[in-house]
Design a protein around this ligand. Structure first.
Ligand SMILES: [Zn+2]
Length: 85
């Protein structure tokens, strides 16, 4: 079992998704089992996984279809922001 400190260090210095599986696996197991790391690092990993997803789509050039908003949706968001402020 690796230590909390190692998990924190690895996540601070590396991008989770760029680590080889044999380093990710013990880290992931630790995060699943350790309450402290689970709370703190699962968000980091989810975020980094999401980022990888984004990068993959960007590379594939199909990002547009995923994040494209209709004019109506854009207007709704703008209205919501206006209401907030
Ligand atoms: Zn831990």
């Amino acid at each position: 079992m690796i230590a909390c400190k190692q998990v924190a260090k690895a996540l601070a210095n590396n991008r989770y998704y760029e680590l080889p599986w044999w380093r990710r696996l013990p880290m992931f197991a630790h995060i699943k089992l350790c309450v402290m790391c689970g709370k703190y690092h699962s968000q980091v990993i989810t975020m980094q996984k999401g980022m990888r997803n984004y990068l993959e789509h960007e590379e594939a050039g199909d990002l547009e279809t995923h994040i494209h908003l209709s004019d109506e949706a854009k207007k709704r968001i703008q209205d919501a922001i206006k209401k907030e402020s």
